[in-house]
Structure formats: C-alpha cells, structure tokens
Write a protein that binds this ligand. Structure first.
Ligand SMILES: Cc1cc2nc3c(=O)[nH]c(=O)nc-3n(C[C@H](O)[C@H](O)[C@H](O)COP(=O)(O)O)c2cc1C
Length: 259
C-alpha cells in the first residue's frame, strides 16, 4: 500500500482534479474513488488518509456516508479532508469527522455543477470557469504543503446544524429531480451518459435513453453529454454546461488512480 491514500467522490471532476493535484504534490499516493463502493476499504497501512468530496444539498454526496463506516484507518495515521462547494461547506465535514476523526480540514469553492439550480459561474465569490480553476489549483498547492507537513487544523470542524436539517430531505429532492431527466432529439446514443452515471441509473431501450429511479442528481450525465442532449425538464435547456476541464469520463470511472 502507498504511504498516502485519498478517498475521493467526484460527480463532475472538480474534486477529482483537486485530489490529483494534491496526490501529484505528495507523491506515493493512491486515490481510491468513492463514486461506487470503494475497491479498498482497509487502509490501515497508510500513514496519511484523506477524503475529498463536494457538498450536495448541504451534506455528503451520494452514498459516501454509508461507505465511510466501512473504512478502516490506523488510529495513528494523519487524517485530512477537503470539501468543495459552490458557496457553503454544509455538514459533510462534521459527519465525516464523527465517523473518522480528522487532524486537518479545509474547504474551497469552485464552479456550481448543480445545473438545475444555478448557472455554473454562480459560485461564491462569483467567477468564471478559468479563474475558478486557477484558484482551485492554487489552493491544492497550499493544502498539499500543509498535508506534507502533517499540519493540524486549529479551528474545529463546523457544526452546521442548519445544514443537517437541509440535508435530511436531500435524497428525496435528488430523486425527484432525476424523474425530470430526458434526452432530446440531439441524442446520438453514444453511451456517455450511461458510462458517467455513478449509480447505473441510465440504460438504453431500443432508440430511447431510459432514466431509472436511482438518480443522486450529480448532474454528470447532463454536464458530460457531448451533444448537450440531456436536460432536467426545461430548466436546463438554455444553461451553459460545465465539467472540470481536466477530468474525463474515463478518469471518473477509475477505481484507483496511483501517483
Ligand atoms: C446535486 C448537487 C448539489 C449541490 N449542493 C450544493 C450545496 O448544497 N451547496 C453548495 O455550496 N454547493 C452545492 N453544489 C455544488 C458542488 O458542491 C460544487 O459544484 C463542486 O465543486 C462539485 O464537485 P464535483 O465536480 O467534484 O462533483 C451541489 C452540486 C450538485 C451537483
């Protein structure tokens, strides 16, 4: 096992890009993806164990919370977490810290990928994709230096009790949004949406793309569709698409990425 392990969930690439930048800087690192059940959960041999994930509806994305309970970390390992969001951290860090106590935590904003809610540049502070990416890379360097030096956070993980209430209803909202997904006539049945969906919610039946009831609203199908043919009802028809410029569908589908 590598000296450093980073567990990463990423819907549309921002968090995986952050994880890769930090891993490159640390060296000797495995990124273990958490879009599906992680390929490795016992990481007791690693000296540093980190978690990089976005805020979804005020909390942890997808099934990450469930997976966290199975992860085994050496009690003496240095632990860290980086949270990405469009505007606010939410309760994900607190929840993670309850399950796996953290030595270091940080949060940074990036483009908003929740396309049915906001255009992607509606992040805090508001900025376009190029500027946001440069800012994210700058922060990755700072976080990697802190992690290399095993820096411990002085501030406690935010309690975010309001977000706990917000997040309680999130799975239902995500599923309801998923019910409005449709592919229009521009669809060329290329298969990208089915490949990038972390829950296996998309299948092909004859000439139709069929969306099931397991949507977690990550928006990857809408954001990665090369024809921009997938929409949440009418809300997203005129909205510009965004996914992290450095991260491909193939990158997102790796189980472990080694540096
Ligand atoms: C379904 C969904 C819900 C989101 N909810 C929030 C939120 O509650 N607060 C927030 O500030 N950002 C929210 N965001 C924005 C993401 O946290 C942000 O865009 C992040 O950079 C996405 O990372 P990723 O590309 O690795 O998936 C949400 C995005 C999605 C797709």
């Amino acid at each position: 096992m590598k000296e450093n392990v980073i567990f990463c969930y990423s819907g549309t690439g921002n968090c995986l890009d952050m994880a890769k930048n930090i891993a490159k800087s640390l060296g000797d690192t495995d990124i273990i993806m958490m879009r599906k059940y992680p390929a490795v959960t016992d990481v007791r041999e690693a000296k540093r164990v980190g978690f990089i994930f976005p805020c979804y509806g005020g909390g942890l994305p997808g099934h990450v919370e469930r997976y966290l309970y199975d992860i085994k970390v050496d009690p003496d390992a240095y632990t860290f977490a980086i949270n990405q969001s469009a505007a606010y951290k939410g309760e994900g860090l607190r929840k993670l810290n309850e399950i796996i106590p953290l030595d270091y935590w940080a949060a940074v904003t990036h483009q908003c990928t929740c396309i049915w809610l906001f255009p992607h540049d509606l992040m805090m502070p508001k900025m376009g994709a190029v500027e946001a990416q440069a800012r994210s890379e700058h922060f990755a360097e700072k976080f990697a230096n802190d992690i290399k030096n095993n820096v411990k956070s002085k501030r406690r993980v935010p309690k975010a009790y309001w977000n706990k209430a917000e997040h309680a209803g999130w799975p239902m909202i995500a599923r309801m949004q998923g019910e409005s997904l449709k592919a229009n006539d521009n669809c060329v049945m290329c298969g990208t949406c089915a490949k990038v969906c972390p829950t296996g919610n998309i299948r092909y039946a004859g000439k139709a793309v069929v969306f099931g009831d397991k949507c977690i609203s990550c928006c990857a199908c809408v954001q990665y569709c090369p024809q921009e043919a997938i929409n949440f009802g009418k809300i997203t028809e005129k909205r510009e698409r965004y996914h992290n410029p450095n991260i491909t569908v193939e990158d997102l589908n790796q189980e472990i990425i080694s540096f």
